[in-house]
Design a protein around this ligand. Structure first.
Ligand SMILES: Cc1cc2nc3c(=O)[nH]c(=O)nc-3n(C[C@H](O)[C@H](O)[C@H](O)COP(=O)(O)OP(=O)(O)OC[C@H]3O[C@@H](n4cnc5c(N)ncnc54)[C@H](O)[C@@H]3O)c2cc1C
Length: 466
């Protein structure tokens, strides 16, 4: 049952992503005109596609690069996410340490360098996207999680990650909530305005001579002689090389169709807090925050003093179906609003101005995988599983290394060379995802204790703590 306070708070919320509801949103580019060939064609204009195009012309100035985007750049996940730009390339420490323990020190160091490079590019290009390297807090909301924080700090130190443990009193100096018991602070994390970052990268691509063509969906791939042929409704385009950066959309390569599932994630944005409301919760540091339950919330502030509050529900639809209508889900928004006021009771009366959802591309190892097709002429990366704001830039570097046939510190990684297990076909896929979601929620209610299903998933390398 939703509380009346939560219901009232949502009454005027616009059903659209806050970040895209911005006068700075650029007009779409003109349709495909000019030469129908490019040296490199990038399919998809989210972060992965835009970083791939920008880094391609940075590595080789003057290179003929064409981005084909089905809608407009940044309209999908890249323009509607939480804006947590984290250093991790493994979707967190625990996931990385259990899968690639011997590589973790290198992965941590490469992830930090990747975050540094994002920060430097934004500064050099002057992208106005409120990038703040404020660090991230991972907060315990149940007693058993406090012990986990201690263990995690120790594991992190062993792989070169500097985390600080804050007890309840120290944490209260940064942010006040009756639900928070302790936290780990990670300095290697930033927040950013997601759509502004995508639009800034798009502008940088255009300025560097990249052709960006929006509202042009690639319908299929093929090969003719030395060239890759991309089919669109406006005719075919040929390329010497291709980067596929289509994230949660149905993959153009058949071999990738069972490798990810689309999962809907939801968020709310509040109106700006008043000075009294800000004082009541005392959250001045702009840290990105998430809680440590399996079904976790993520929350951060904006430059004009709002709070973005998202996460918890992760909704999969049978048959991997995607529909624009799935981006709105009242029961999820009401539950999120209830959780928000339980976390910050001092903010009762605050209203939400925006509510939205988006699709994340979940894979069975929870972090992106990389590969090539067509004898190395096509490179792809997908499976970011909800943590791609930072990792997409690294993936773009990997894709360009692979297309150039280079062996680098990136392409040598086992993490980059290995593939995750595919998902099973329906109806087993749906049943498996349901069983996992149900078991994770139950573990949250039961001091983190895993049931038989989750332990079996872990043993197969398919669990979040595998
Ligand atoms: C609600 C939500 C919150 C999130 N929060 C965070 C967060 O706080 N931190 C974080 O790190 N990550 C977060 N993520 C995940 C993050 O946004 C993604 O991992 C990242 O944006 C992926 O970038 P991308 O370029 O691969 O995909 P996208 O941004 O989805 O771009 C793919 C593009 O490809 C285009 N496309 C697809 N098929 C075709 C085709 N056939 N032809 C032409 N174009 C095509 C699409 O139109 C789209 O624009 C969140 C995601 C969501 C949905």
């Amino acid at each position: 049952m939703t509380s009346p306070a939560a219901e009232r708070s949502l009454a005027d919320a616009a059903p659209t992503p806050y970040w895209l509801d911005d006068a700075a949103r650029p007009d779409p580019t003109p349709q495909l005109a000019g030469p129908r060939h490019a040296d490199l064609v990038v399919v998809g204009g989210g972060y992965l596609g835009l970083w791939s195009a920008l880094l391609a012309v940075t590595r080789e100035p003057g290179r003929d690069v064409l981005v084909l985007e089905a809608d407009t750049c940044g309209h999908a996940a890249s323009g509607r996410n939480g804006g947590f730009c984290e250093a991790t390339l493994t979707h967190g420490l625990a996931n990385g340490v259990t899968r690639w323990p011997e590589e973790m020190p290198e992965l941590v160091s490469l992830g930090r360098a990747n975050l540094d490079a994002i920060e430097e590019t934004i500064a050099t290009l002057g992208i106005d996207c409120d990038f703040v390297r404020s660090g991230a807090l991972s907060v315990a909301t149940a007693p058993h999680q406090v012990e986990e924080l201690r263990e995690e700090r120790q594991v992190a130190a062993g792989v070169g990650q500097r985390l600080t443990l804050l007890d309840e009193a120290a944490l209260r100096l940064r942010v006040a909530s009756p639900r928070f018991g302790a936290a780990l602070f990670d300095p290697d994390s930033a927040i950013v305005e997601p759509a502004r970052l995508a639009w800034g990268l798009r502008a940088a691509c255009l300025a560097a001579g990249v052709r960006v063509v929006e509202r042009t969906r690639v319908l299929g791939l093929g090969r003719e002689g030395q060239h890759v042929v991309l089919r669109t409704a406006a005719g075919t385009v040929t390329a010497r090389q291709v980067v596929l950066a289509t994230n949660a959309a149905r993959p153009l390569l058949r071999r990738l169709r069972l490798m990810t599932v689309p999962v809907y994630d939801y968020a709310l944005m509040t109106e700006p807090l008043s000075a009294e409301q800000r004082t009541a919760i005392g959250w001045d540091g702009r840290e990105g925050i998430s809680d440590r339950t399996n079904q976790f919330h993520y929350f951060r502030t904006t430059r004009d003093g709002r709070i973005l509050w998202g996460g918890y529900d992760a909704i999969y639809h049978f048959g991997s179906r995607q529909r624009p209508g799935y981006e709105q889900r009242s029961e999820t928004f009401e539950m999120l609003a209830d959780h928000f006021f339980a976390t910050f009771p001092a903010l009762e009366g605050l209203r939400f101005t925006h509510r939205w959802g988006g699709v994340i591309d979940t894979c069975t190892r929870f972090t992106a995988f990389h590969g090539t097709a067509y004898d190395g002429q096509v490179a792809y990366a997908l499976g970011f599983t909800g943590l791609g704001v930072g990792a997409t830039r690294f993936a773009a570097e990997v894709a360009l290394d692979q297309l150039a046939g280079l062996e680098t510190e990136r392409t040598r990684l086992r993490m980059v060379r290995e593939r995750p297990l595919p998902f099973p076909p329906e109806p087993v896929r749906w049943a498996g995802i349901r069983a996992t979601t149900w078991s994770l929620a139950r573990a949250d209610r039961d001091q983190g204790r895993q049931n038989l299903w989750l332990r079996a998933m872990d043993r197969l390398g398919l669990g979040f703590d595998s």
